[in-house]
Write a protein that binds this ligand. Structure first.
Ligand code: FAD
Length: 218
């Protein structure tokens, strides 16, 4: 199916015209980023914790220490809400309340499944590295058995998913444009800076092209 089915929980009520359930659009937003915030509740207290993810087809993979509260809670089958946000611009309006931001965001609801099999966990770790930077895995030491044992990997199915996007200028009434304030959009983009070599590197290794020319999605 090319669209996620909106459920009672994922139907965007505020500004529904900004809602989008298109699978390709959702995948595109997810692939542009690799950091999400995961919300979950422990003993009645909500926590929202940022963490890395990989989109692997119709699921996200999360990984973390087996001691992590986030990982342990999700592994127990507790419900979670995960979100990813891309800030595309600041919207300058002629009125204080008309200011806004342009964005693309995704919200995922569900429960996670633990990946137990060592081979599958290793493959997930490869995906984690390659999702952040393609071509990196073959250049570094793979995880040891102990490192794998200390790492929990969770799969989060992309089922109950919504996207919301805002584009364009302020939406104030024409009469508001009488003020002398500048109005428009200040675009924002998430880009890599210049690489900084680790001083502990054993030899002066030139920066590889995949790092030098880093862009997302990979
Ligand atoms: C960078 C950024 C800045 C924002 N700033 C503000 C702000 O300052 N004030 C403000 O009121 N709102 C802001 N929003 C919009 C905000 O995310 C909510 O959409 C809005 O507050 C309505 O919340 P609600 O709980 O009433 O949503 P509802 O419309 O009741 O949400 C129902 C369902 O719609 C989906 N949904 C809602 N919002 C989003 C979303 N952003 N992305 C994907 N799915 C979504 C979820 O599945 C949710 O369960 C911002 C969004 C982004 C990405």
């Amino acid at each position: 199916m090319s669209e996620f089915t909106a459920t009672e929980r994922t139907k965007v009520k505020r500004h529904p015209e900004r809602a989008n359930y298109d699978r390709e659009l959702v995948h595109g937003i997810l692939d542009q980023a690799f950091v999400c915030s995961v919300g979950f509740v422990v003993d009645g207290q909500p926590y929202v914790v940022p963490t890395n993810y990989v989109r692997d087809g119709e699921r996200l993979l999360l990984h973390g220490s087996i001691a992590s509260r986030l990982m342990k809670t999700l592994a127990s089958g507790a419900p979670f809400c995960l979100s990813v946000t891309l800030l595309d611009g600041i919207v300058f309006s002629p009125t204080a309340t008309g200011h806004s931001v342009n964005y693309r965001s995704v919200v995922v609801l569900g429960t996670a499944e633990k990946i137990e099999n060592a081979q599958d966990k290793l493959e997930a770790m490869r995906k984690f590295v390659e999702y952040v930077i393609r071509g990196r895995w073959k250049t570094v030491r793979p995880p040891s058995e102990n490192e794998l044992k200390a790492t929990m990997v969770l799969a989060v199915p992309l089922v109950e998913v919504s996207a919301k996007t805002r584009t364009g200028f302020a939406i104030d009434a024409d009469k508001e444009y009488e003020t002398g304030a500048w109005t428009g959009v200040l675009p924002f983009a998430w880009t890599a800076g210049a690489p900084i070599a680790d001083p502990r590197a054993k030899s002066a290794i030139p920066v590889p092209a995949n790092i030098q020319n880093y862009k997302r999605p990979q």
